[in-house]
Design a protein around this ligand. Structure first.
Ligand SMILES: [Zn+2]
Length: 90
């Protein structure tokens, strides 16, 4: 199975979804979400982006901006307004 497939049979919850599940609506409305993917085999930064399912939940939760880590260094992020996440599906 490829990454991003098989949600119906997967027991795992994506990190974005897990973060939102642990917040109240009051906490997510207008908040920013930071996403960083680290490859455990060599600690390199994997350019993670929300899958379509998480993107919908991020938008519905009222998140303002999503910060995607794109390289080494904690300041190395690109910022995407949550309402533009639909364009990351391809
Ligand atoms: Zn996801």
């Amino acid at each position: 199975m490829h990454q991003g497939e098989g949600y119906g049979i997967c027991r795992a919850v994506h990190a974005e979804m897990n973060a939102l599940l642990n917040c109240s609506r009051q906490q997510t409305m207008g908040a920013d979400l930071y996403l960083a993917g680290i490859n455990p085999s060599d600690n390199s930064v994997h350019k993670a982006k929300p899958c379509p399912v998480c993107a919908r939940q991020i938008i519905q939760a009222g998140i303002r901006n999503v910060y995607l880590r794109v390289g080494d260094g904690a300041e190395n992020y690109i910022v995407i307004p949550a309402n533009e996440l639909k364009w990351l599906q391809d």
